[in-house]
Each structure stands twice: as structure tokens, then as C-alpha cells.
Write a protein that binds this ligand. Structure first.
Ligand SMILES: *[C@@H]1O[C@H](CO)[C@@H](O)[C@H](O)[C@H]1NC(C)=O
Length: 532
């Protein structure tokens, strides 16, 4: 489209023959086109590819990332097949979604408030879910069909975390992993990049930087413990026997996993920690973020007619508000009655007795709401995607985390000065009201998050273009062996040079022992001579 408009401008220039006016207009036209050009900056693809996405165990929010990538690939003419536990969410003609429908992975009926745990702890789904997945997934006819046709695909994209059940698909195929939880120590190590525990906190900890001696010690064990449990307790040892029954001749999951071509990681140095990365580790943090689009008319009107700006409240897609405790709900409602701002709240059920300044909607286009200039605060559960959207759209946050990595994300948001994090268990009406007023009236929060937003947007190409380009790269080269780190082929003993250390120690000890013996011998000879 942009090319077409450029041509139009130059045609007009020729026919009208007023160069100065027309070149000015051309400049204006180009400037308005620039955003369009930059968001589709990739050269056209070499052909139409077939791409298989496998995410049989994922959350709605992780699926948002897969759909963002799939949609951008589909826009380029590629054909996408997606196997997932989530309901279909794309209407794109080039995307075919298959929902396997196993009830063990139905997060919609899952009440995560039951898993409400202390900040800092991590959430491990029960092992029976993985066992059921391993047992039943390959019995579904459609999954069998996709499996039998898997060699027809040009590349496979899988969800990095807890989707070990799909590894039979990637045998002798080029594949990419998408890490929705961000930089992940365990997976990074598989690729040959062990993140240094001296400054990389393990998923379950929230240490400040720099860590103390004790913290670094605990962090080393925490980092090892997580990978150890994953590989030696659950989910891998639970899934593996089930996979063996269906595919007795395949190499084990942990072997197949090592052949990964590259990983697309939902992180970015502007969003948190800078890490040394391999060329096969591509940071695509906030790739689902995009400029706001017009809102549904009723919502737009409600926001625009607000006399004193707007507060947006959403607990995301996994944490469903209908499972909120009555206490939590009442605190929030009462706090809203004390605010002069209007509140727009994503809540999946009807609610009686709401104050006049509050409306609820079952679903809202979150990014379009956040992009609206009248929205001043985002009350969030501190999910990773939501916090990225808050930064991208430059909206300060009041974070009320519920589970998993949310307490950690919330603490990071507060530490960065992007808002205030509250503990759900200590929530009171005055605390919510004071926090909201502080965030709205003290410009420091908006300023801090505005600065982060600029950093996040200031990239050579958009994260989504980067993700698309690398996906096609893996297709063009049938894998990415050139990017592979030699470190990935070493055992951990070799990687840490423990064998070298043992040899050096034994050498030093031998040298010491031999010299001691020689010295003793010399002394004895000496003494003998003297007594003679
Ligand atoms: C490893 O990946 C390459 C493509 O990236 C593929 O050709 C090869 O067969 C794979 N090996 C295994 C054991 O899957």
C-alpha cells in the first residue's frame, strides 16, 4: 500500500508541475507513511511455508504470543497449523487451530486463587496433568494425522515450558522454541549458555542486585534445584514413559530437545536484566505489543466523557475475576467509590450494586484501552504480558499479584518506579485508595515508565519483525546449525571444566607429596652423614 501511495504522489508531481509544493507534500506523505513502512519492513518471503505450532499445555496469555507470531507469519502468506489446549482465537484464513480438548489442561475452569501462595514461591502443576497428556494426546485421531504429516512442515514452533509431550514431533525436524516466561535458565543451559548464578536470580527468588554472599549461595542451589526437579521428578520423567509406549524407537525427550535451532525469548534488555546471549537466543520481548486501535464505541464514549480520567482494572486471562474472593472484590469496589476517576474493569460475570463511576466488561481490547490517553493507571495482577503492555503504552501500574511469577514481576515493576505493588493478603480500602491517588498525582511514576517505554520502542526493528525474520531464517536453512554453541555438546562436567580442576588438583597434590618425600629423604641422608 505504501508503495502505491508513493507512486501516486510522484504521478501527481509530474502532471501538476509545481515541484516545491509537491515535494513538500511528498515529504508529508512519506512522514505519515513511515510508521506503516517500519512495521512491515521485512522483504517479501521467498515462498509460502507450512509452519506447525505445538502448544498443547499453555495458558491464554502465552497463546497470545504464539498467535501474534502466527498472525504475522500468516500475513506473509504462510500456512499455520496450531495444536493447543485453548479455544480457537484467530479468524485468519491462513491459521488453522486444533483444540485437543483434554479437560486436564482446561485452565478456564481452574481457580488459580486456590494456588494463592507466598510471594517468591513457584507454581508447579500437579504431575497427573502431564501423565494424562502423555497418555492421551497421541490417541486423538487429529493429532495422529498431524503427526504423520509432520515432515510436510517447514518448521515447528513449540512452547518452551512444560510442553515436553510434543518432542516426538521434532525428531529429525528443524524446530524453534518460544519462551513466554522470558529468559529461562534451564532452557538456556540446553542451548549451551548457562546463565551465571552470581547475578541471575533463579525463577523463585527476588534478590536485589548485587546479591550477598548468602544469597548467591542460595541462588546457586535454587537454580540447580529447579532444573533437577523438572528433569528428574516432574514433568519429564512422568511424560517419558507414556511417550515410550507410543514411540518406542525415538530418542529420549532430553536428547530431542538438544537439537533446537533457536529460541525466541519473551524478554528484552530494556525490560529487565541484560544477559549475555548466544546468536541462537533471540530476544523478542513485547512482540505482541502494538499501537492502539479505536475502541468499541460504548467503551470509547465512557472513557472520553470521564471528567477526571480513567482507571483500568484487569487481572488478566488466567486469573479470572469471578474467582476473586468476596473480600478482595468488596475492597476494590469500595475503593472505587472513593475515587473521582472513572473505572473500567474486566470482569467475566455480572455484578450488582456497582458505583456509578464503574463499568465492567467480560472482555476488553486491553492494548487499545491502555493506549487511550485518558487512561492514567492500570491495576494489574502483574502478569508478564500485561506488564509489558503497561510499559509499551506507558501506563503506571498498581500491581496486585496472585500467583506464579506475578509477585516477582510486581516487585520488579515497583522497584523500577513504574508504580506500586500491594500484597493481596494485606489489602485494605485505604491502602488501595492511597496507592491509586499517589500514582495519579505523583508524576514520577508516569515519568519513569515513559522513559522505559521509549527504550523499549527504540529498536532497530520491531520485536515481531525480528521473530518473523528468524523463523524464516530457520526455514531457509533447514535449521540453524551455524548458530549452535559448541557448549551445547558438552556434559556439565566438561562445561564447568570440573575434569580439568580434578587433574590440576591431583597434579598439585602429587607434586607436593613427591617433594615432601624427597625432602624427607634428603634430611635423613644429611642426618646420617652428620652422625657418621
Ligand atoms: C536435528 O535438526 C536438524 C535440522 O535442524 C535435522 O535435520 C536433524 O535430523 C535433527 N536430528 C534429530 C536427531 O532430530
Amino acid at each position: 500500500m505504501s508503495i502505491f501511495l508513493c507512486i501516486q504522489v510522484s504521478v501527481c508531481e509530474n502532471t501538476r508541475g509545481n515541484p516545491s509544493l509537491w515535494s513538500k507534500m511528498k515529504l508529508v506523505a512519506l512522514m505519515t507513511l513511515l510508521p506503516i513502512l517500519s512495521s512491515a519492513s521485512l522483504p517479501p518471503p521467498e515462498g509460502s511455508y507450512k509452519i506447525l505450532f505445538l502448544l498443547p499445555f499453555t495458558t491464554r496469555s502465552h497463546k497470545i504470543l504464539h498467535i501474534a507470531l502466527a498472525t504475522n507469519l500468516a500475513d506473509r502468506g504462510h500456512k499455520i497449523t496450531m495444536l493447543t489446549n485453548q479455544a480457537p482465537s484467530s479468524k485468519h484464513p491462513n491459521i488453522y487451530e486444533f483444540t485437543h480438548g483434554m479437560e486436564e489442561t482446561d485452565f478456564d475452569s481452574l481457580n488459580v486463587f486456590k494456588f494463592l501462595i507466598q510471594p517468591g514461591a513457584s507454581f508447579v502443576p500437579p504431575a497427573f496433568i502431564f501423565e494424562a497428556l502423555g497418555r492421551n494426546l497421541y490417541q486423538l485421531q487429529e493429532v495422529k494425522d498431524i503427526y504423520n504429516k509432520r515432515k510436510e512442515f517447514d518448521v515447528i514452533v513449540i512452547d518452551c515450558y512444560m510442553n515436553d509431550v510434543v518432542y516426538p514431533f521434532v525428531h529429525e525436524m528443524p524446530f524453534i522454541v518460544l519462551c513466554g516466561t522470558g529468559m529461562e535458565q534451564m532452557h538456556s543451559a540446553v542451548m549451551g549458555n548457562v546463565l551465571n548464578p552470581a547475578y541471575t536470580p533463579s525463577m523463585q527468588y527476588m534478590w536485589n542486585h548485587p546479591m550477598s554472599l548468602i544469597q548467591r549461595a542460595v541462588n546457586i542451589f535454587g537454580s540447580i534445584q529447579f532444573g533437577f526437579i523438572y528433569k528428574h521428578w516432574s514433568p519429564v520423567p512422568v511424560v517419558q514413559p507414556e511417550i515410550n509406549k507410543h514411540f518406542p524407537d525415538l530418542p529420549p525427550i532430553l536428547e530431542l530437545e538438544k537439537n533446537v535451532s533457536l529460541s525466541l525469548i519473551n524478554s528484552h534488555y530494556s525490560l529487565g536484566m541484560t544477559q549475555p546471549l548466544l546468536p541462537s537466543q533471540i530476544e523478542v520481548g513485547a512482540m505482541h505489543c502494538r499501537p492502539g486501535k479505536p475502541l468499541p464505541r460504548d467503551v470509547a464514549q465512557w472513557i472520553e466523557e470521564a471528567e477526571h480520567d480513567v482507571i483500568y482494572f484487569s487481572l488478566g486471562s488466567v486469573v479470572r475475576s469471578e474467582f476473586m474472593s468476596e473480600n478482595f472484590r468488596n475492597i476494590m469496589i469500595e475503593a472505587f467509590t472513593k475515587m473521582k476517576q472513572r473505572v473500567i474493569w474486566k470482569f467475566e460475570k455480572e455484578l450488582e450494586g456497582l458505583p456509578d463511576n464503574v463499568i465492567i466488561r467480560k472482555w476488553l481490547p486491553q492494548q487499545d484501552v491502555l493506549a487511550h490517553p485518558k487512561v492514567k493507571v492500570f491495576i494489574t495482577h502483574g502478569g508478564r504480558l500485561s506488564s509489558q503492555e503497561a510499559i509499551y503504552h506507558s501506563k503506571p501500574v498498581l500491581a496486585i499479584p496472585v500467583f506464579f511469577d506475578q509477585p516477582k514481576v510486581a516487585a520488579e515493576l515497583q522497584k523500577a518506579g513504574f508504580g506500586i505493588a500491594l500484597n493481596l493478603k494485606e489489602l485494605t480500602v485505604p491502602l488501595v485508595v492511597d496507592s491509586l491517588n499517589e500514582i495519579i498525582n505523583n508524576p514520577k511514576y508516569a515519568k519513569a515508565i515513559g522513559k522505559a517505554s521509549l527504550l523499549l520502542r527504540d529498536q532497530k526493528e520491531t520485536p515481531i519483525d525480528r521473530a518473523v525474520w528468524w523463523t524464516e531464517y530457520v526455514i531457509r536453512h533447514r535449521g540453524a546449525p551455524a548458530l549452535r554453541s559448541p557448549g551445547a555438546d558438552l556434559s556439565w562436567i566438561e562445561y564447568l571444566c570440573l575434569d580439568v580442576l580434578v587433574v590440576v588438583h591431583v597434579g598439585i597434590f602429587t607434586l607436593f607429596w613427591v617433594s615432601k618425600k624427597l625432602l624427607a629423604l634428603a634430611c635423613r641422608v644429611n642426618k646420617k652423614k652428620k652422625t657418621e
